[in-house]
Design a binder for this molecule. Sequence first.
Ligand SMILES: CC(C)(COP(=O)(O)OP(=O)(O)OC[C@H]1O[C@@H](n2cnc3c(N)ncnc32)[C@H](O)[C@@H]1OP(=O)(O)O)[C@@H](O)C(=O)NCCC(=O)NCCS
Length: 211
Amino acid sequence: MPLYKNFFFDSETQILVWKITETYQELFSGVVLNMKNRERLNGMKSELHQRGFLSVRKLLQEAGYNDLELYYDAFGKPHLKDDKNISITHSHEFSAIIISNRPVGIDVELHREKIIRIADKFTTAEVAYLNELDVKNYIQKLTVIWGAKEAIFKIQNEKGISFKEHISVLQFELDQLKTIANLNFGNLQKKFNIHFEAIENFTLVYAFEKR
Ligand SMILES: CC(C)(COP(=O)(O)OP(=O)(O)OC[C@H]1O[C@@H](n2cnc3c(N)ncnc32)[C@H](O)[C@@H]1OP(=O)(O)O)[C@@H](O)C(=O)NCCC(=O)NCCS
């Protein structure tokens, strides 16, 4: 099942998710690629990564764009030539893009027990509301927190931002599907609306700067 989800979050924001079940050839034959990205694709070591990359081009085409209308800046951040904001994510068999008039970030993450071992590297204030004893819930909440911080970083990628020191995700329950996060980095103080949902054994998270 290729296109997994395609919806308008609001009048100015579209979110598309792909479930990658196709072979490399099937994906490759269905997309346009600019020269730079052909080279990038050829240089990728894993076929999983290549299929993720190609599936993002399928999503772009579903949204009415193609690879020729996308470019990357020196930090690797993607942009659309029509000045709309875009953010991209891929993980294992899922990929997703978000396109909006507003600055946006998106992240898809697999639920993994391993996240417990690295929790201390990206959480500080969050510890106050996390319950380590409820393991399933703990893993899912950590995945939301991680995804929220990645999504914020994709909006505000500045050298020196630390997930642990500078971004905090406020208390939430998994069934609320949303929360708020704060970025406090030097003179920079921003709030973000965070939205999340489970997709099979993954979590999709997207962030908007709060108006
Ligand atoms: C760049 C980064 C956000 C990518 O996230 P990821 O989870 O590794 O991978 P994802 O699949 O979700 O996202 C990859 C996409 O992010 C986008 N991206 C890459 N660099 C970016 C940047 N500087 N800003 C915004 N988006 C960026 C690209 O579109 C990329 O996919 P593509 O090159 O195939 O188009 C991440 O690697 C990173 O650097 N994070 C911050 C570092 C950090 O603080 N880590 C945690 C410390 S505990």
